[in-house]
Design a protein around this ligand. Structure first.
Ligand code: SF4
Length: 348
């Protein structure tokens, strides 16, 4: 049975070539051809004849197909991709200063059931394969190059789309290795961020297995009862334990852990919530990303007033915690944080 070329980190491809007695130069050449030169047709020029035959016989180069594209007036682009089994996932390009952050999905739906998240109510269909994660990047990049020439650089990669990335640890890890490879997409490690709701089995593996990329933790409340309501896995993997693992992840100089805090009106936006958050994160090399809630069909949660968001930030500032209010982008096409739902996109 053929396997996808895009599932292999360079080290695994090298091992495959070694086991089959093929020239050692092949994997680097293939990475260069398909990732650096962005070619989708098979590489027939630089490879040795027996490598070409091996690749033709054993590998596919299929990628997820773009099903629908929606662009909003703020230049956010949402892709609905169709996978080979007909399931669909969403990917978002978020613009900033003529460049883009790509928000990747790691699963079809999600098992974590966070109450503030449109994906959470979709449930989990399955985890994505490495090639389905890589394909979101390469196909989005291709679209940008064609449709927004000169304005097409993807600078940051964030695993903040559909799914809990650490619930699909191996595929996400392999995708990161491909993104980081100097022979491949050459993305700098500080430009990749994996966001987790606090999935402890994945955090336990991170320290020894994950490449040196950034971590973001969905905090959303330091108060157990509230966090339980927002992120049900908090009941199984309590915040104190999660924080211990997150803090133990080795980080380069000047690298912070990002704590995401979704602000919901009259739920977790009080002065008390802010002070407890400040006390929890004080001295922890933390950076807080404040996200005013993005409504989606069927939710009772509401977005707080801007003045309330700014006041919450000022309290965190008093604890000397760097805090940024994340600008809402793409909400008119349900592409903002927490709004993705590929099932709904199929019927609209
Ligand atoms: S917020 Fe993330 S982890 Fe939680 S349900 Fe949504 S996609 Fe899953």
């Amino acid at each position: 049975m053929k396997t996808s070329f895009y599932q292999y980190p360079l080290s695994e491809l090298q091992e495959l070539f070694r086991v089959h007695g093929l020239p050692a130069s092949g994997p680097g050449l293939l990475f260069n051809w398909h990732y650096k030169k962005r070619k989708t047709e098979p590489c027939l020029t630089d490879l040795a004849k027996k490598s070409i035959a091996f690749v033709a016989e054993n590998m596919t180069f299929d990628l997820p197909m773009v099903h629908t594209i929606q662009a909003s007036s703020d230049k956010t682009v949402k892709f609905l991709f169709e996978l080979q089994d007909g399931l669909k996932i969403e990917t978002v390009l978020i613009p900033f200063n003529n460049k883009y952050t790509i928000c990747l999905s790691s699963q079809v739906g999600c098992a974590m059931k966070c109450s503030f998240c449109h994906t959470g109510i979709q449930g989990l269909a399955r985890s994505l394969k490495t090639e389905e994660i890589i394909g979101q990047f390469t196909e989005s990049q291709k679209w940008l190059t064609k449709n927004r020439p000169g304005d097409d650089k993807i600078l940051n990669i964030v695993f903040m789309g559909q799914g809990e990335p650490l619930h699909n640890f191996d595929a996400v890890k392999n995708a990161c290795e491909i993104f980081l490879s100097q022979h491949g997409l050459s993305v700098a490690d500080q430009k990749i961020t994996i966001s987790t709701a606090g999935y402890l089995p994945g955090l336990e593996r991170w320290k020894n297995e994950m490449p040196d990329v950034n971590i973001a933790l969905s905090l959303h409340s330091p108060i157990k009862e509230k966090r339980d309501q927002l992120i049900p896995i908090n009941k199984r993997y309590p915040l104190e334990e999660v924080l211990n693992y997150v803090q133990a992840i080795p980080r380069g100089k000047n690298r912070f852990v990002t704590y995401e805090y979704l602000l919901i009106q009259d739920f977790n936006d009080s002065d008390e919530d802010a002070h407890l958050t400040g006390k929890l994160l004080e001295g922890k090399n933390a950076y807080v990303s404040l996200i005013p809630f993005n409504p989606f069909p069927g939710t009772d949660y509401k977005r707080p007033e801007t003045s309330k968001v700014e006041h919450f930030k000022s309290i965190l500032d008093s604890y000397k915690i760097p805090t940024l209010i994340r600008a809402t982008k793409g909400d008119e096409i349900l592409a903002a944080c927490g709004q993705l739902n590929s099932k709904m996109s199929q019927v609209t």
